[in-house]
Ligand binder design. Structure first.
Ligand SMILES: Nc1ncnc2c1ncn2[C@@H]1O[C@H](COP(=O)(O)OP(=O)(O)OP(=O)(O)O)[C@@H](O)[C@H]1O
Ligand SMILES: [Mg+2]
Length: 269
């Protein structure tokens, strides 16, 4: 009962937010400091992501990459500094008016205990069946969906347990694609995707991000190399920024990071 009461009493994160339309889609962090509990996870993080460009975030595990994405989507609010989208501080917006501009594909994909159709349609509740199928085709999941016992009407187990990690991720890409939002947050899964799936996911992602403002937590060299800007994060701080050709010439974390990846995955530069 105490727990229930806590939930009932909890404040909405967006209680002070207003419904506003955003018309440009650049993203800016100004001196952002954030802690989940007491220890700072992000310290004085500042960067600007111009509209229609791709920014890759790289860095060691636990450095704060996913946290940056969570702050853009306002899952949490910065303790100090500001996060803004289209020049509007996200704290001034309701979650609805912010999130309708953002498509997300996160590391941990959560699917609802519902049909495949409804899981994809969640991105755009009024989408027709044809639109859902079109998004699923672009996200390379139509074929495996047709192979499920009831096709698009197949109910996915709690948390999506009957699908593989790669399949779940592609469903979440289809959902994002259907939503077709101007800002795309992508948190690339690090491991556990087989090469065939990986290729399909890459294809799906490149169809998704066309012409959008993209922030991608990236592990794959191809993604990183093609980014307009790379932010290198270490222990909650941005330690390097620039594009690939610039950063490989510097003696820093980026170069070390790439050589570790290279050894792990047989990359060559
Ligand atoms: N919900 C949470 N509550 C408390 N601490 C958290 C929470 N989420 C993340 N952390 C901590 O914050 C730090 C940064 O986490 P974050 O998930 O942003 O790292 P990351 O760079 O995305 O790592 P990875 O590459 O492993 O995904 C880590 O020390 C992590 O343990
Ligand atoms: Mg992460």
């Amino acid at each position: 009962m105490d727990k229930l009461e806590d939930i009932e009493k909890a404040e909405f994160i967006d209680k002070d937010g207003k419904n506003m339309e955003i018309s440009t889609y650049d993203i800016q962090f100004k001196d952002v400091t954030f802690a989940y509990e007491k220890r700072n996870v992000l310290s004085n993080v500042s960067f600007t992501i111009p509209e229609h460009t791709t920014t890759a975030i790289v860095g060691p595990s636990g450095s704060g990459k996913s946290t940056i994405c969570s702050l853009i989507a306002r899952f949490y609010d910065a303790d100090k500094g500001s996060v803004s989208v289209g020049g509007v501080n996200v704290k001034a917006l309701t979650c609805d008016s912010l999130l309708k501009n953002i498509s997300m594909v996160f590391q941990k994909v959560y699917l609802f205990h519902d049909t495949v159709l409804n899981n994809i349609r969640f991105g755009k509740p009024d989408a027709s069946f044809e639109e859902v199928v079109e998004a699923a085709k672009k996200a390379c999941c139509h074929d495996f969906i047709m192979g499920l016992p009831d096709g698009y009407e197949t109910v996915i187990g709690d948390g999506g347990s009957t699908l593989s990690g790669g399949e779940k991720q592609r469903i979440s890409i289809a959902r994002a694609m259907l939503k077709n939002a101007p800002v795309v947050l992508l948190d690339e899964a690090t491991a556990s995707v087989d090469p065939e799936n990986e290729h399909a996911i890459q294809q799906a992602i490149s169809a998704l991000v066309h012409g959008k403002t993209i922030i991608i937590v990236a592990h794959r060299l191809a993604t990183i190399q093609n980014a307009d800007q790379i932010l290198v994060v270490d222990r909650g701080r941005i330690v390097q920024r620039g594009y690939h050709e610039e950063l490989i010439k510097q003696d820093g974390l980026y170069k070390r990071f790439l050589s570790i990846r290279e050894n792990a995955e047989g990359w060559s530069l």
